[in-house]
Design a protein around this ligand. Structure first.
Ligand code: FPP
Length: 259
């Protein structure tokens, strides 16, 4: 596949995606919501594959929020089943292509079999260095911040930490995946203008891209369109346009590969 219009030297280092619209996709076709999720799983495969080919280093996928536990049992079970199936089916490919898997969220709530499979794939792929896929599972941004605050408070209580030394870097280091840089680009499918509790701390300077396309229909062309749109943006990180000209690119690139 040709990547016409895409500048390989200005790719976002980290793309995060809120995959929304599986239910609506199914409803429009008179199918079950689960059928929509099944089709959404294919989009996951396609987007991971294309990210790898293009050279995206980090890809985060919001696969299951803490709020999603409130959905009907059969839908939750089906989503867990799809997830497990995906992990088992894709492990060999992850090894072949040097893809490392990470997960963010409260793993303790996942069914034991899913958790075991997840941890096994994370362990098997830990030394893969070409690309990192981060699955957000049983995840919410506020929950992650609460868990981070507890850890820091515990360290302060035990005199391992002086509260005056707390800074942004320390907070980032206490999040679920400290080794992952903040997203440069956050994509949301199905047209909703919401963050829905995803990566609240990490998206401070992310570029947002919302498309009306439903997740099961979000495939190569749509993804390329989002990346091309990102490359047209001028990221200022709170500075003025004039300052951008004078500032060393390394400073501006702190959160990504922006020119
Ligand atoms: C949102 O659609 C999507 C989800 C809640 C789950 C995303 C899951 C997948 C894409 C399938 C499996 C995942 C992996 C990682 C293999 P929605 O149900 O909220 O759609 P709606 O808003 O139209 O109802």
């Amino acid at each position: 596949m040709k990547f016409d219009g895409l500048d390989k030297n200005r790719l976002p280092r980290h793309v995060a995606i809120i995959m929304d619209g599986n239910g609506r996709w199914a409803k429009l076709r008179g199918k079950s919501r689960i059928e929509g999720h099944r089709r959404g799983k294919t989009s996951v495969r396609v987007i991971v594959e294309l990210s790898r080919k293009i050279g995206i280093r980090f890809l985060s996928l919001y696969a299951f929020s803490t709020e999603n536990w409130l959905r009907p049992h059969d839908e939750v079970d089906a989503l867990m089943g799809l997830l497990q199936h995906y992990l088992i089916a894709e492990q060999a490919k992850m090894m072949r292509y040097g893809i490392r898997l990470l997960a963010v969220g409260d793993r303790s709530r996942l069914p034991q079999s899913v958790r075991r499979t997840l941890e096994q794939v994370i362990e098997a792929t830990r030394n893969n260095g070409r690309m990192t896929v981060v699955l957000a599972l049983s995840y919410s941004g506020r929950d992650e911040i609460v868990r981070m605050a507890r850890q820091i408070a515990r360290a302060a209580r035990e005199n391992r930490l002086d509260p005056e030394t707390i800074d942004e870097r320390m907070i980032s280091a206490q999040m679920d995946s400290p080794e992952v840089p903040d997203p440069d680009l956050l994509i949301r499918t199905s047209g909703e203008m919401r963050i829905s509790n995803f990566y609240l701390w990490q998206i401070a300077y992310s570029e947002l891209y919302v498309t009306p396309t439903l997740w099961p229909d979000f495939r190569e062309q749509e993804y390329l369109q989002a990346l091309i749109d990102f490359q047209r943006r001028r990221r200022r990180f709170g500075r003025t346009d004039e300052q951008l000209v004078d500032t060393a690119p390394s400073v501006l690139e702190a959160g990504g590969s922006e020119s």
